[in-house]
Ligand binder design. Structure first.
Ligand SMILES: [Zn+2]
Ligand SMILES: [Zn+2]
Length: 283
């Protein structure tokens, strides 16, 4: 059971994740300021930890990372990098696909923004705490950060603690708290898209990305003429023309074609980052 106070606190967090906050965030990203602390995104001061440090303002060093995780819970940090990643490209920067994750991990995923990659990893053992360790016997996660593909923070550098509110949020996400649910809102990764969407819905909502690089999904459409029919080249050329004009995906436009069988495959674009794995050492 949770106390009224805890429930209120949780509700507050949900409300804090509202669209008002998100529009402050996007406006800040546009003019280079942080919606959380109000400072410039390139501002760094050791005594003022803020998730925007993860954008690597000048002066931010590996050793400062624990100052950040002492002040901000895991879910705040996670939401921040998800928002940042989605600001650049909706969904396509966040690989939290269950299928691609090491199934021994409680969670493991990689989030990308420009030349920065953040990865979060938590094994079943991390989630309870390393029993044999005097220091890390509490629930924690591991974090990796790469800049231009070069190591900046390694998974093994820190054991970052989960806060009590983190444990509560995990319970909510797992459906263990009656009456509570969590909407991922703007902190949506590739997995959540696949969870809530059917391929039809996904296709409907997609416009063709301007450059192949920009799209979060890769769509392959195969058209096969039904027996006794042929597909005319003109018809295909018309479709391409229409695609250019409307911005609709080919997969959607071909639905108007007669006497054909259409198969569409949707998968995350190749630009989706790989999940950075972690090799476990005995400790
Ligand atoms: Zn800030
Ligand atoms: Zn650990």
């Amino acid at each position: 059971m949770y106390t009224a106070e805890e429930i209120e606190k949780f509700n507050k967090e949900v409300i804090e994740n509202s669209s008002r906050q998100h529009s402050e965030f996007t406006e800040g990203m546009r003019n280079g300021t942080c919606y959380l602390c109000g400072q410039k995104l390139n501002f760094f001061k050791k005594t003022k930890p803020c998730p925007h440090w993860l954008l690597k303002p000048k002066g931010f060093k590996k050793k400062h990372f624990s100052l950040l995780t002492n002040d901000f819970c895991y879910h705040q940090i996670r939401a921040y990098v998800f928002w940042v990643a989605n600001y650049e490209k909706m969904f396509g920067n966040i690989n939290n696909l269950e299928d691609e994750k090491n199934n021994k991990k409680y969670f493991e995923y990689t989030v990308k923004y420009k030349n920065i990659e953040w990865s979060f990893s938590c094994s079943q053992e991390d989630f309870i705490g390393h029993k044999k360790s005097a220091f890390w016997n509490k629930p924690h996660y591991h974090f990796q950060m790469r800049i231009d593909s070069k190591p900046f923070i390694n998974y093994s550098d820190f054991h970052s603690p989960f806060f009590e509110e983190d444990m509560f949020t995990f319970d909510v996400v797992a459906g263990k708290v009656p009456g509570f649910g969590l909407r991922s809102g703007h902190a949506t990764g590739m997995q959540e898209v696949l969870d809530v969407s059917t391929p039809e819905k996904l296709l409907d909502s997609m416009k063709k990305a301007k450059g192949e690089k920009d799209g979060a999904f890769k769509i392959d459409t195969f058209i096969e003429a039904n027996e006794g029919f042929t597909i005319s080249g003109d018809e295909i050329a018309d479709l391409y023309e229409k695609q250019k004009k409307t911005g609709e995906t080919m997969a959607k436009l071909v639905k108007d074609m007669k006497n054909v069988k259409i198969t569409t495959y949707i998968q995350p674009a190749d630009s989706l980052p790989d999940i950075a794995g972690r090799t476990l050492r005995k400790r």
